[in-house]
Unconditional design. Structure first.
Length: 134
């Protein structure tokens, strides 16, 4: 979590603060987050203060937020794919299994010989090189 340069596509520090602040402000008493908030009783209000620009961050404060956010993802069994809001994190759980396999459609949109795009779904031969459509 602390190796920021290894995760270029991860959640930005600003977003982490905002997400953690959201939890602390709105979900502190939720069953799902109660234990998390109790455990992170410094990281969460700290994130809120940073998000609200009450205080500016320091190296130590940044570490606190990074760690707290890491624990959040760990608790939810999520990888940091670059979140922007709490809704996104809570929704990511449900969306994970929704990948449809429709990408396995026949490759008949392009000519197997020259790679040119066919002009319509019904052509029998490539308009570019004349090869029979596969
Ligand atoms: Zn062709």
């Amino acid at each position: 979590m602390l190796f920021k340069n290894k995760k270029p596509a991860g959640t930005s520090f600003e977003a982490k603060c905002s997400i953690l602040a959201d939890i602390w402000l709105n979900h502190r008493t939720d069953d799902d987050f109660e234990a998390f908030c109790e455990y992170n009783d410094i990281g969460l209000p700290l994130a809120y203060m940073l998000d609200s620009e009450i205080v500016a961050t320091t190296e130590t404060a940044t570490k606190f937020v990074e760690e707290t956010f890491g624990l959040l993802l760990e608790g939810l069994d999520l990888k940091d794919t670059g979140f922007e809001s709490l809704e996104e994190i809570l929704g990511a759980d449900a969306e994970e299994d929704d990948f449809d396999d429709s990408s396995a459609t026949p490759s008949s949109k392009f000519c197997g010989n020259c790679g040119a795009a066919h002009e319509s779904e019904t052509v029998k031969f490539c308009a570019s090189c004349g090869a029979a459509r596969i």
